[in-house]
Design a protein around this ligand. Sequence first.
Ligand code: VTB
Ligand code: MG
Ligand code: MG
Length: 327
Amino acid sequence: MDRNLALELVRVTETAALASAGYMGRGDKEAADQAAVDGMRRAFSSFSIKGTVVIGEGELDEAPMLYIGEEVGCCKDGDMEVDIAVDPLEGTTLIAKGLPNAIAVLAMAPKGCLLHAPDTYMKKIAVGPKAKGVVDINASVKDNLEAVAKALNKNIEDLTVTVQDRPRHDQLIKDIRDAGARIKLFSDGDVATAIATGFDETGIDIMMGIGGAPEGVIAAVALKCLGGDMQGILYPMSPEEDARCRAMGLSEEDVKKVLYLDDLVSSEDCFFAATGITQGDLLSGVVYTGNNRASTHSVVMRGQTGTIRFVEADHRLDKNDTLVEVM
Ligand code: VTB
Ligand code: MG
Ligand code: MG
């Protein structure tokens, strides 16, 4: 894929972030989400790819935009066929309350290279590049923490594990505490915390726990670009979720299989982009700087070369056609 697509991708996540940031603290998850979806979709319309959404806002009947199967991009002859995974507002509750780590995010890979994850939960473990190859999602928490501590040349007591604050993680949290590691609980947004494992300055070494399967695939693309590691196991928690797995042709046995990084995203030729909406561990949020301006902070990664770019942008809200249209 053309390396110039990286900047195009950032435009898309920036637009989604700017479109939804105004809803911070309004307590209206749906409106913020809709604004992000509208912004992202409009930005896609001038992006020269032939893209198909494989992870999106849901099935056509429940999601009018960025639904699974929707074609995006203004494809011209010769444009590359790509699969796209989007979460225009990852962390709707976070923005509704003005809490940290809401991001606009998307991932892209050649056609057929992203796992078509059913809309169920997924058990996940993610680590940065220094701990690549040492974790095993089926090993005990203690064994994984020992292995990561060794790889990072730290004591277990110095490790920071990030876990979503949910009752389903009570045992996991207890096991991490018993092993002696530090924990950073987060209320929502495990894409942002998974990515944070790839950057020393966030102080986050491992992300563990059960979150969304679609979010798992998106995070996996980032970890692939970063040279980190991630494993997942689908984790349906209701009969409806079991049915979604069956509908995608997955048997009970298939569902239990460990999904390695290469199963989640099977090509190195992938891209990942995220823009902060609220202030986060890695990315700043949207800041309204006055005089119709707003600043954004994004990260864009390319798997082929491993280049990671941080993009700080200053936007004129009244001059950008796409934004004027969606805001
Ligand atoms: C997960 C997580 C997401 O929502 O999907 C979570 O991956 C849903 O978990 O990052 P609950 O049903 O327990 O709320 C997010 O936190 C936000 O989309
Ligand atoms: Mg979403
Ligand atoms: Mg989400």
